[in-house]
Design a protein around this ligand. Structure first.
Ligand SMILES: NC(=O)c1ccc[n+]([C@@H]2O[C@H](COP(=O)([O-])OP(=O)(O)OC[C@H]3O[C@@H](n4cnc5c(N)ncnc54)[C@H](OP(=O)(O)O)[C@@H]3O)[C@@H](O)[C@H]2O)c1
Length: 263
């Protein structure tokens, strides 16, 4: 079985590739820049852009892992015409037009489909690495935002399961990690993994914008999520465990896997 993985060089896609290879699948990976892809030698690398897809990349492909980017309606049409039978999408627990468009295109295609909708990636916590390395401190606003970071390998495992096995057709899997944690608790969970007392210092949104240099659009997006999660904590969902038959990984487990990034 040949599976085309889009977003294969991304945070989740790399693990989808690894897990499919481990399961013995033939993996083709789409990237805009094969020279810098750094994927395992067994992967068939194809150059392509989801914004201007070409039919050739889908030839001989049975199943597709589809990132929400570019012209998804066209991508889905080309995939169906080439004989792809199943599409697993990677969208988001957060509603956005782009994600909805991708999901609708896939649902209308008549192919088998599964949607994987993760919440906050634990990998976003890599943004804290510099402050932790420099002095064991995280400085951000909205300390009491309670989120449920999900390990990228768990997201990939759910996607790989839906790609490889039957029984997931027509399912939408919204994913979270196993704990709803405030930011000081997330910082402490990383500290526990690396054996360091990591402190959280709360900034005002204004101070954070000025210090972090995060572009305004991104800052607005993040502040909106954090402010919402302060009044309405993000829920812990059972989906990872239901699909995989084992608990989702904690933030401390995630930080152990990334300890080198924080030391
Ligand atoms: N971070 C979060 O908390 C979070 C939460 C929920 C959902 N998400 C969503 O999850 C998805 C994956 O995120 P990620 O962090 O794994 O990705 P990422 O690390 O940012 O990597 C982006 C990937 O998308 C590919 N890509 C982007 N535009 C493309 C295009 N026009 N044509 C082909 N490939 C394209 C890139 O491939 P090349 O550069 O190799 O071409 C790369 O593999 C995104 O849609 C993101 O919005 C993120």
């Amino acid at each position: 079985m040949r599976i085309l993985v889009t977003g294969a060089t991304g945070t989740v896609g790399r693990h989808v590739v690894d897990q499919l290879l481990t399961a013995g699948a033939t993996v083709r990976a789409l990237t805009r820049d094969p020279a810098s892809a750094r994927l395992p030698a067994k992967v068939e690398l194809v150059r392509g852009d989801l914004g201007s897809p070409s039919a050739g990349v889908f030839r001989g492909v049975d199943r597709l892992f589809l990132l929400s980017a570019g012209d998804s309606a066209r991508v889905v049409d080309l995939a169906r015409e080439a004989g792809v039978r199943r599409i697993v999408t990677l969208t988001s627990a957060g509603i956005a037009d782009e994600y909805q468009e991708t999901e609708r295109s896939v649902e209308k295609s008549g192919l088998e489909w599964t949607h994987v909708r993760p919440g906050m990636f634990a990998a976003n916590l890599l943004d804290w690495a510099r402050g932790i390395k420099a002095g064991g401190v995280v400085r951000e606003p909205c300390a009491q935002a309670r989120q449920t970071p999900v390990h990228e390998q768990d997201i990939a495992a759910v996607a790989a399961t839906a790609l490889l096995f039957d029984g997931h057709n027509g399912h939408t899997y919204t994913l979270s990690g196993p704990e709803s944690l405030s930011k000081p608790e997330q910082a402490a969970a990383i500290g526990a993994a690396i054996g360091l007392d990591v402190r959280f210092e709360e900034l005002t949104p204004h101070e954070w914008r000025a210090r972090s240099g995060v572009p305004d659009l991104v800052a607005d997006f993040l502040l909106d999520i954090w402010q919402r999660a302060t009044t309405r904590p993000e829920p812990v969902l059972p989906t990872v465990e239901e699909v995989l038959g084992r608990p989702a990984r904690t933030v401390t487990e995630w930080a152990v896997d990334h300890a080198g990034d924080f030391r």
